[in-house]
Design a protein around this ligand. Structure first.
Ligand code: GTP
Length: 310
């Protein structure tokens, strides 16, 4: 019989913050480690806006990963809150996974983060990501460039997108997770609800299909979530289905026009691909409706950010 969580004599755990600059591949890594998509990813920097917990139990070891927003200088209240999530994760974690884009150069952002981490003094693992884009020679050069930045516990080259070299990473993390007991029950996988995942996956589709300034000013609010038996539920969706209506907030009217596209083509495309993804996520029939609303300056309004749980 399985033992209740936290009581096995050899059970141990670690809380690991996945940190780094925007676009390094942190959320892609979280999804790869969990073997399931939990966090939105895109080539737009600042995709992740909050802290996302993903828990993996591996034998006696429980690893609680905290994905975090990419570290940047905040321009809006939204970005200040994003950076507060990073602060919180750094506070909670007992080990840090610093993900860098090994295909990019080591710049002032990395130096600033190294300085901060030096002060913090937590065991830090440098994950040189996107090794699929580098030759062996360049990778060795990168290791040499980074190795003296901090006294890293380990430097591990990985390819989060293709799942490259994750086995050695697991081995290291399991070896070094030494906190006693398990903080989460065996049934806990994440702190995200189906609704929060749904709104993130819709936003991801918007980010992937629009460009320039639009993605940074977009937020998604789930307005309706109806199941069979509830008033207004479309019965033709069947007894297992879910009807979701979501509002996409944009910062200005020009962005609304881009999002709608000519003849509504863009929003139709976003709706269809988000609906497909939500069916996979929820494992049931889904009907999604999307509305676009201009909400100028929402990124600086605390009550709006509260409503969005950012
Ligand atoms: N070639 C390659 N691309 C990768 C790899 N890992 C991530 N990417 C890509 O890098 C981009 C950024 O990935 P994300 O996981 O969204 O990055 P992030 O660090 O979470 O970004 P923020 O939310 O901005 O902090 C996406 O286009 C990913 O597909 C990798 O191993 N190889």
């Amino acid at each position: 019989m399985a033992e209740p969580s936290g009581t096995g004599p050899n059970r141990r755990h670690a809380t690991l913050a996945i940190i780094g600059l925007p676009n390094a591949g942190k959320s892609t890594l979280l999804n790869a480690l969990l073997g399931q998509k939990l966090a939105a990813t895109s080539q737009i920097p600042q995709t992740t806006r909050t802290k996302v917990l993903g828990v993996m139990d591996r034998g006696e070891v429980q690893l609680a990963f905290l994905d975090t927003p990419g570290i940047h200088l905040p321009k809006h209240a939204l970005n200040e809150r994003m950076m507060a999530h990073v602060d919180q994760a750094l506070e909670e974690a007992d080990m840090l996974l610093w993900v860098v884009d090994a295909d990019d150069y080591l710049g002032t952002g990395e130096h600033a983060l190294a300085k901060r981490l030096r002060k913090l003094g937590r065991p830090t693992y440098l994950l040189l990501n996107k090794i699929d884009l580098l030759s062996k020679g360049r990778l060795l050069e990168k290791i040499a460039t980074y190795k003296d930045l901090l006294p890293f516990k380990e430097i591990v080259p990985i390819g989060a997108k293709m799942g490259l070299n994750l086995d050695p990473l697991w081995t290291i993390l399991e070896r070094d997770a030494t906190q006693p007991g398990w903080p989460y029950g065996e049934e806990v996988f994440t702190d995200q609800t189906e609704r929060s995942l749904a709104s993130e996956f819709i936003r991801e589709k918007v980010l992937r299909k629009t460009r320039e300034e639009v993605p940074h000013g977009v937020a998604v609010l789930i307005e309706q979530w109806l199941e069979a038996g509830q008033e207004d539920y479309p019965e033709d969706l069947g007894p297992e289905g879910v009807f979701i209506a979501a509002r996409i907030l944009v910062d200005r009217d020009g962005h609304r026009k881009i999002l709608l596209g000519s003849g509504g083509e863009m929003i139709k495309d976003i709706r269809q691909s988000a609906q497909r993804e939500l069916k996979k996520l929820l494992q049931r029939p889904v009907r999604l409706e999307l509305f676009v609303k201009v909400d100028e300056g929402w990124r600086d309004r605390p009550e709006r950010l509260d409503r969005l749980s950012i």
